[in-house]
Ligand binder design. Structure first.
Ligand SMILES: *[C@@H]1O[C@H](CO)[C@@H](O)[C@H](O)[C@H]1NC(C)=O
Ligand SMILES: *[C@@H]1O[C@H](CO)[C@@H](O)[C@H](O)[C@H]1NC(C)=O
Length: 377
């Protein structure tokens, strides 16, 4: 009896270890500023549905010039319990991993570049991470460096390698968010891939109102190859194929799912197809208040009487009414993107951000987009 079980057990270990890599990672970014949104936009850490997210990336912590991590918003992060609220979600999902995210668009290049370039500052950052993990119970660090330049290429990998080496013994996690379009002179993709646990491809913001054309935020595929306004690489599929071709490990890649859309003001309300001329940004969501941006929660609450179309080439929906137009993602396009991640044996998906899901359920099921991920993973 015993040897038979042993052989079975060994076989099982072998299978688990060498079997097909599972596409099972759901990285949920949480925008800590969501507690400042008015009325029905208000969203606290404790409102996150932690049963679907495998990781929560808390955006953002700052970094002092000396490399130490910085609580930027003492009131929200600490007094209002946003950080503690994220950590407390482990009571609901004991497998949940919590990660501090640094960088982001507003931080730009200026703060991380000198830190990556200095052995002393890198060491300070690493020491500070451990202090923060101890203090808040978090499990890792996420770096959204937007964006490194040619001078940072080697330093970035050095920073990642040192972080990874320091994190590995304790099982801490290191992830990065990167530009969808590989920045050839600033990204050493094999070097980055080797030294992180997960790379989040920011596969959105492909088209914004400045382009003069009503176009999608995050097409899954290249649509009409004849159209001048739409470039071959401006979609999820081409991004993934590019990153794989340049040496990224598929088992470490997530594709970014945008829980928001870009709005446009049509030049002529009668011309509302994809590619229609626009005069600029459309309405802003009343809660998220970003220029020409609406969260999916706002789309669900405020556009129920807009016309919805689904583009069969790009595999994403758009909506319009009068001179208003939005390209966005819904449960249908999210399901297709999750399937794409599975078809390419990627690690999974990343969400920007959970606080813009339809968490009040105007489109039906609460957290419709998170549930679309769950139902298709
Ligand atoms: C880095 O600077 C911050 C802000 O001045 C300070 O609070 C922190 O103690 C410094 N860290 C180190 C390691 O010197
Ligand atoms: C996906 O992208 C690659 C690289 O751009 C391209 O060669 C391929 O045809 C695309 N697949 C589809 C189905 O569009």
């Amino acid at each position: 009896m015993f040897p038979k079980y042993l052989i079975l057990l060994l076989g099982l270990c072998f299978f688990v270890h060498y079997g097909h890599a599972a596409t099972d990672t759901v990285i949920c970014y949480y925008a800590n500023w969501a507690i400042y949104r008015p009325d029905k936009g208000f969203f606290h850490a404790e409102d996150i549905d932690a049963s679907i997210c495998t990781h929560i990336n808390y955006a953002f912590l700052g970094v002092f010039p000396n490399g130490s991590l910085q609580i930027i918003d003492e009131w929200g992060d600490i007094e209002k319990g946003n950080i503690a609220g994220v950590e407390a979600l482990k009571d609901i999902n004991p497998y949940l991993k919590t990660i501090f995210s640094i960088g982001g668009w507003n931080a730009g290049n200026a703060i991380l570049s000198p830190i990556a370039a200095s052995a002393e500052l890198r060491a300070n950052l690493i020491a500070s991470c451990f202090e923060f993990f101890d203090q808040y119970g978090f499990n890792g660090l996420d770096i959204d460096w937007e964006y490194p330049e040619a001078k940072d290429k080697e330093n970035f990998v050095t920073l990642l390698k040192e972080l990874k080496t320091a994190f590995q013994p304790g099982g801490y996690i290191l992830t990065i968010a990167v530009s969808a379009i590989p920045i050839d002179d600033a990204y050493d993709i094999p070097g980055m891939s080797q030294n992180v646990d997960v790379i989040h491809l920011m596969t959105y913001d492909f088209h914004i109102p400045g382009g003069g054309i009503a176009a999608e935020n995050s097409p899954l595929y290249w649509g009409d190859s004849d159209s001048a306004w739409q470039k071959e690489y401006e979609n999820v599929n081409s991004t993934v194929i590019n990153w794989l071709n340049e040496g990224a490990d598929p088992a470490k890649l997530t594709i970014g799912l945008a829980f928001y859309g870009h709005t446009f003001q049509l030049a002529d309300p009668n011309e509302h197809d994809l590619g229609a001329p626009v005069v600029g940004a459309g309405m802003s969501g009343p809660y998220t208040k970003g220029y020409g941006i609406m969260g999916y929660n706002e789309v669900c609450e405020l556009t129920s009487d807009w016309e919805r179309k689904f583009d069969d080439q790009q595999k994403v929906p758009y909506k319009y009414k009068g001179d208003q137009w939005i390209g966005y993602d819904d449960d249908e396009s999210v399901a297709l993107k999750v399937q794409f991640a599975k078809d390419h044996n990627l690690a999974g998906v990343m969400v920007w951000t959970v606080d813009m899901d339809d968490f009040l359920g105007y489109c039906g099921t609460k957290n419709q987009l998170l549930n679309a991920i769950k139902d298709n993973l």
